[in-house]
Design a protein around this ligand. Structure first.
Ligand SMILES: [Zn+2]
Length: 337
């Protein structure tokens, strides 16, 4: 199975990184400043250190919630509002698919009340991290509980030797990119937070209801716009959009794997053939990615390369989900015309 986050990451590091960093620094400062992972402590620390570390929590008296990566942070922050402290383990700008946990992550989980994850096998790094954190009081929320994963992935056009990939063993994890499934995730997060912190039930319910309402109107907007271009077929380099495609009658037919270095003439020919065979209308990369291989391939395929956001990185304001998804909708509308 193919998830080419590696190729994209290369591009992301090579260029387009500066605006991303600037944004992330800004949003981390505004969105995640209430508690940093460094505040965590372990029982091995000195009593003074423990006391110092525990003061902010004792003062705030808030439930400490750690989330794994951006979309889960956004949904949890939306539901929690100001009544819980919400942190993120995978900093925006860092690749979630191959993330390696840090000692700070272990500390953050060790001192948390609640851990929220996307699930569906995405957060491979969690397994040992949670074990090492040795926190018997930790409540885990699986945001994808009850969601039936898509195991069938798009047909693949091989443009490079297939890499062995351990990902997607529990189906495709990118459910947050379908607003209807995102609603289910927000509901799961709401119910988990209420179970862990019943005193703030009313707040969690009200916040979740408001966010769900926005997700519903986003869904209508997608439906209304994309019903004009049924079965629009696109190629992506990151197998992130099968749920979105299924929901709105689009087709993600080919996840082209791009090698790190160079495309062979056969690679290009295979991709050109796939574009003809599937009547592909669009070619999507990710925002901030400027990869020479992708742009040269797009020229060979005579398709414009456009950015489609998987939301695995970005700003930490819960409203960012809607802004990024609306930008995706505009991109899809333009590309599918
Ligand atoms: Zn992904």
């Amino acid at each position: 199975m193919i998830v080419n986050c590696r190729g994209l990451r290369t591009g992301r590091l090579r260029s387009g990184i500066l605006p991303t960093i600037a944004l992330v620094m800004f949003s981390m400062a505004t969105g995640c400043s209430q508690s940093s992972p460094n505040q965590g402590t372990t029982s091995q620390q000195s009593p003074q250190a423990q006391e110092a570390a525990s003061i902010p929590r004792a003062q705030s008296g808030k439930t400490k919630v750690v989330t794994t990566f951006l979309p889960i942070y956004l949904f949890t922050k939306a539901v929690a509002g100001n009544v819980a402290d919400v942190e993120i383990l995978v900093p925006p700008g860092t690749e979630v698919h191959e993330y390696q946990a840090t000692p700070e992550n272990v500390k953050a989980i060790a001192t948390a009340n609640v851990l929220v994850k996307n699930g569906l096998g995405l957060e491979v790094f969690l397994e040992n991290t949670v074990k090492n954190a040795q926190n018997p009081k930790l409540t885990e929320i699986d945001a994808s509980k009850g969601i039936k994963p898509l195991n069938e992935i798009s047909p693949v056009v091989k443009t490079a030797q297939e890499e062995k990939d351990q990902e997607h063993t529990q189906g495709n994890p990118h459910v947050w990119l379908d607003p209807v499934l995102a609603k289910q995730q927000v509901t799961n997060i709401r119910d988990g937070l209420i179970a862990a912190d019943p005193a703030n039930k009313a707040t969690y319910e009200a916040n979740a209801a408001a966010y769900i309402k926005e997700l519903e109107s986003l869904n209508s907007e997608f439906q209304q716009t994309l019903q004009k271009t049924p079965s629009c077929t696109f190629i992506t380099f990151h197998d992130a959009f099968p749920y979105l495609a299924k929901r709105y009658n689009l087709k993600q037919v080919a996840v082209v794997q791009i090698p790190e270095d160079q495309l062979s003439p056969t690679d290009v020919q295979n991709a050109v053939n796939a574009v003809k065979k599937y009547k592909v209308k669009a070619l999507f990369s990710e925002p901030g990615v400027d990869n020479k291989l992708l742009s040269s391939l797009s020229k060979d395929l005579k398709l414009t390369l456009r950015p489609l956001d998987s939301l695995e990185t970005g700003e930490t304001d819960p409203q960012h989900y809607f802004q990024a998804m609306k930008a995706n909708l505009q991109t899809l509308e333009t590309a599918c015309k």
